[in-house]
Design a protein around this ligand. Structure first.
Ligand SMILES: NC(=O)c1ccc[n+]([C@@H]2O[C@H](COP(=O)([O-])OP(=O)(O)OC[C@H]3O[C@@H](n4cnc5c(N)ncnc54)[C@H](O)[C@@H]3O)[C@@H](O)[C@H]2O)c1
Length: 388
């Protein structure tokens, strides 16, 4: 019989909604998880909006101050869905109060903050997770299974992109509601922490640690009106970032992210090339994984030359990750399912410590790569990440 787990969600924006959907649905699609989610408290500063959101998503109550929420006896898990500059304070207070803690990415504003957060959850001994949800796209989880099965052989190249175009307008303000991502004081960094962090997390999950990086960043629009102060202020975030890197396994990596790629809304791709095969993924076609098999793992034979080519796997069979929990083969799931999957995995492995991550400690590795990338863009030199 699943036991109740009383959840408090801090923030009712984009991620507050994605996570609320996961809390509302995880027990329907993953009935085997050992906890029954109770949506206990929704925390937001605007009482009217918080109440409306709580009513919509079935929360028992609302609160306006996260400090009060983390201190409550009737909350077991605190979920952080607010801008990056609030992650550390909420996570450490929640851990010290003995709550399970899950936070949105990036873990922190800096490695130093991230280290304090890891120390807090590990000293308190509380289950923890960072919502790097793209690992849980079924096609990306399938890529991981294929790497682990040894189907790609020795890795040579990894490349990834995350391209958007929503900040091109020069009169777009920075700071405050919806635009905190453009304000370095709230976001920490620009595309590096916001978008590349996802690519880096997935890359290291599939291909192991990144040991050194060489980066270039650009801030195309140097000043923007700040919504909260009403004054024009310098823009402190990176609008675009390119970096090359080396993985501990000897392979080479190439990453690109920008919010200035006119026409692209969320072009998120990855490709891993090994001696025996390659995999390729594009978020615009999330139900597919492309696979090129040069040599069969089962027989050791090369694919016959006249049959050589990319294979498009429609990742909807019951044999594919997560898919037996949804519909019949051939039918697809969407973006929101990745959060349901992350939550199901976390709930299944939180208590017996079989959860495979990303934990705060795993996400600290991504933070180290992000920080080395930004350092390299400053120094113009290769920078070590300290990993591997
Ligand atoms: N995993 C992903 O794919 C993904 C996608 C988007 C955002 N994120 C991350 O999620 C976090 C939130 O981003 P978002 O897009 O949901 O932002 P958002 O702007 O849509 O929502 C932020 C919410 O935080 C609230 N908030 C701000 N300060 C607060 C405070 N002191 N107390 C309580 N609430 C407060 C705001 O009112 C708002 O409800 C960020 O860390 C971001 O990097 C992750």
């Amino acid at each position: 019989m699943p036991r109740p787990l009383r959840v408090a969600v801090i923030g009712y924006g984009f991620m507050g909604k994605a996570h609320s959907n996961a809390y509302a649905n995880v027990n329907h699609y993953f009935p085997e998880v050992p906890f029954r989610i109770e949506r206990q408290v929704l925390c937001g500063r605007d009482a009217t909006k918080a109440q409306a959101f709580a009513d919509d998503w079935g929360y028992a109550g609302v609160a306006s101050d996260w400090r009060e929420v983390v201190a409550r006896d009737d909350v077991d898990l605190v979920d952080i869905c607010v801008p990056n500059n609030l992650h550390e304070a909420i996570a450490t207070a929640a851990a010290e109060a003995g709550k399970w803690v899950v936070t949105e990415k990036p873990l922190a504003m800096s490695v130093a903050e991230g280290e304090r957060m890891v120390a807090a959850v590990e000293q308190a001994g509380v289950p923890n997770m960072v919502w790097y949800n793209y690992r849980r796209v079924p096609a990306i989880s399938l890529a991981k299974a294929m790497v682990d099965e040894g189907r790609l052989g020795r890795a040579y190249h990894y490349r990834a992109q995350f391209l958007q175009d929503w900040t091109i307008a020069e009169d777009l303000p920075q700071g405050g509601a919806a635009l905190w991502r453009l304000d370095a004081a709230a976001a920490g960094s620009g595309v590096t922490g916001d978008l590349l962090a996802h690519n880096i997390d997935t890359a290291m999950w599939l291909n192991g640690p990144i040991t050194r990086v060489m980066a270039e960043t650009e801030t195309f629009v140097k000043e923007r009106l700040h919504q909260e102060t009403g004054k024009v202020a310098p823009v402190g975030i990176d609008d675009a970032c390119l970096f090359m890197c080396r993985f501990a396994n000897g392979s080479l990596g190439l990453f690109e992210s920008t919010r200035y790629a006119r026409g692209h809304k969320a072009l998120k791709t990855l490709e891993l090339n090994g001696a025996d095969g390659s995999v390729r993924f594009d978020l615009h076609d999330p139900q597919y994984l492309d696979f090129f098999e040069y040599r069969s793992k089962e027989t050791g034979d090369k694919t016959a030359g006249h049959l050589n080519g990319w294979r498009r796997i429609h990742v909807t069979n019951h044999e594919h990750p997560y898919m037996s929990h949804w519909w019949v083969p051939g039918l697809t799931v969407g973006y929101e399912a990745t959060f349901v999957h992350a939550l199901a995995d976390f709930l299944a492995g939180a208590e017996d410590k079989t959860f495979k991550g990303p934990t705060f400690r795993d996400a600290l590795d991504t933070q180290k790569v992000c920080e080395a990338v930004l350092r390299s863009a400053e120094t113009g030199k290769w920078e070590a990440t300290g990993l591997g």
